[in-house]
Design a protein around this ligand. Structure first.
Ligand code: CTP
Ligand code: CA
Length: 225
C-alpha cells in the first residue's frame, strides 16, 4: 500500500505556476512585452500533472497547447497575473514562477490609439514598476512557514550563479532556478542551475520536457526533507 501512495512524487499536492511573458498596454493597439515563449513553464506544468499534482497554470500571451488535465487561466498584464495568482493561491503547496513578468509598465495606457501629429514629435512614455508576483507570494505566512514551497526562475545575461544566489535571498525563497546559457527564450531545450540553501547543482542540457520532469523530481525531493 505504501508503494502505491509513493508512486507519484506530487500526489495530493496542489501546484500553481506562472508562465510566458506579460503584455503591458500602451494604447488599444500597442504594448510592451518580451520574448518568453512559455515552453519551460508549460513543460513543468505537464510534468507536475503527470506526477500527480493538481495543477493551475496562469499564462501570459503564448502559443503553447495546454497540457492535458491542467487548469489554465489566461492573462495579459502583470497586474492581471498577480490578481489571478492571488485568486488561486489558497491551499497551494507549491508555487513556481516561470513567467517573464514585465518589470515596468506604461504609467497610463491611452484610451484611444496614439496618432502621429505630423510634426515628427514622438510620444514620451513614462513607466511605473510592476508588482513582484513571486516576492508577494513568498511573503505570505504559509510561504514563510514552509507550507507553501516557492520556486523562482532567473533570466540573467551575466554572473548567473552570483545573481541567482542573491536573487534567492532577496526574494526569500527556498529554490531559485537559473537558465544556463544565453537565449533560452523560444527554444525547445535548455540547461538549468538549481540554487538552494544547500548550494547549487546543474541539470545539464536537455529538452524542456525532460528538464520539466527532472525539476519536478527535485522539487518533490526538497519538499520531503
Ligand atoms: N517575477 C515576478 N514578478 C515580477 C518580476 C519577476 O513574479 N514583477 C518572478 C519571475 O517569474 C522569476 C523571478 O521573479 O521567477 C525572477 O525574475 P527576474 O526577472 O529574473 O528578477 P527580477 O526580480 O525582476 O530582477 P531583474 O529583472 O532586475 O534581474
Ligand atoms: Ca525582471
Amino acid at each position: 500500500l505504501q508503494y502505491f501512495f509513493s508512486a507519484k512524487a506530487l500526489a495530493g499536492k496542489k501546484l500553481l505556476i506562472t508562465a510566458g511573458p506579460t503584455f503591458e498596454a500602451i494604447d488599444p493597439v500597442r504594448g510592451i512585452t518580451n520574448l518568453s515563449s512559455g515552453k519551460m513553464g508549460f513543460a513543468i506544468a505537464r510534468a507536475a500533472q503527470a506526477a500527480g499534482a493538481d495543477v493551475t497554470l496562469i499564462a501570459g500571451p503564448v502559443h503553447v497547447p495546454t497540457p492535458r488535465g491542467v487548469r489554465r487561466i489566461d492573462v495579459q498584464s502583470a497586474q492581471d497575473m498577480l490578481q489571478a495568482v492571488m485568486g488561486s493561491i489558497e491551499g497551494a503547496d507549491i508555487f513556481v514562477a516561470t513567467a517573464a513578468v514585465a518589470d515596468w509598465r506604461p504609467a497610463s495606457a491611452a484610451d484611444q490609439k496614439i496618432k502621429k501629429d505630423g510634426s515628427g514629435a514622438v510620444p514620451q512614455l513614462a513607466f511605473v514598476e510592476n508588482p513582484d508576483i513571486l516576492a508577494t507570494v513568498a511573503q505570505l505566512p504559509r510561504a514563510q512557514s514552509g507550507d507553501l514551497y516557492c520556486v523562482g526562475f532567473a533570466a540573467e545575461s551575466e554572473n548567473l550563479l552570483a545573481n541567482a544566489e542573491a536573487k534567492r535571498l532577496r526574494k526569500q525563497i527556498p529554490l531559485l532556478v537559473g537558465n544556463i546559457g544565453p537565449a533560452t527564450f523560444g527554444k525547445d531545450d535548455n540547461a538549468l542551475l538549481l540554487v538552494d540553501a544547500q548550494g547549487h547543482q546543474e541539470l545539464p542540457h536537455a529538452s524542456k520536457a525532460v528538464l520539466g520532469e527532472q525539476l519536478v523530481a527535485e522539487i518533490a525531493k526538497r519538499m520531503a526533507r
